[in-house]
Write a protein that binds this ligand. Structure first.
Ligand SMILES: CC(C)(COP(=O)(O)OP(=O)(O)OC[C@H]1O[C@@H](n2cnc3c(N)ncnc32)[C@H](O)[C@@H]1OP(=O)(O)O)[C@@H](O)C(=O)NCCC(=O)NCCS
Length: 173
């Protein structure tokens, strides 16, 4: 079984720059909050389904205290002027036996570079290794980029459209 807490793989952005997809660390707090700080209100709305920019200590603790079993979080890290910088993240939380809910956010400046798809690929690998059977997500109906990442994941996809949300289920088996 993978040691997910130590997970680290390198990929390339569409423009050729390297990006590390690695496990979130407890020490990432400031970098994670900095990434949220440079993400647009619209993107944060799509991630949190509401106007959300500031988080309580309890919420921050939830995002950072990862057990890498029931809650797995990966970040995408690029070199920005010699500094390793978090520019995206994806996580899953086990909702019930065999099923985990996934969610992603990529800093606007880095969207459309393949980071969402890469995070999805690595989370899928980890979820399969952990024996999960299904990933689920709730997506706003106009969130074409997220729906596209799911459609292009290669996993069997089931969607249920409601007025305000699309329920997505992806089969891992
Ligand atoms: C959704 C999100 C995570 C995707 O990450 P990303 O790094 O931009 O994704 P990728 O670059 O891997 O791929 C996005 C795909 O959507 C496409 N896309 C982006 N915006 C689009 C739009 N408005 N219309 C059509 N396609 C669009 C891209 O061209 C790309 O498709 P391609 O692979 O065929 O070129 C990112 O856009 C994001 O953070 N959005 C805000 C937060 C959010 O929506 N979270 C989801 C909550 S579950």
């Amino acid at each position: 079984m993978l040691d997910v807490a130590k997970y680290s793989e390198f990929e390339r952005l569409r423009d050729g720059r390297p990006v590390e997809i690695r496990a979130l660390r407890g020490s990432d707090r400031d970098d994670l909050l900095a990434a949220v700080g440079r993400t647009s209100t619209k993107s944060l709305y799509r991630r949190f389904f509401g106007a959300k920019r500031y988080f309580s200590e309890k919420e921050i603790a939830f995002f950072l205290n990862i057990d890498f079993a029931k809650h797995v979080a990966l970040v995408a890290v690029v070199d920005e002027g010699g500094r390793q910088t978090i520019v995206g993240g994806g996580r899953y939380v086990v909702a019930r036996a065999g099923t985990a809910e996934v969610a992603f956010a990529v800093v606007d400046q880095y969207q459309g570079q393949g980071i969402g798809a890469a995070l999805m690929r690595h989370l899928t690998m980890i979820a399969r290794d952990a024996g999960l059977k299904e990933l689920i997500a709730e997506v706003l109906p106009d969130n074409i980029a997220m729906l596209k990442v799911f459609e292009k994941s290669g996993l069997h996809l089931n969607t249920k459209r409601e007025a305000r949300v699309v329920h997505v289920a992806l089969r891992l088996l």
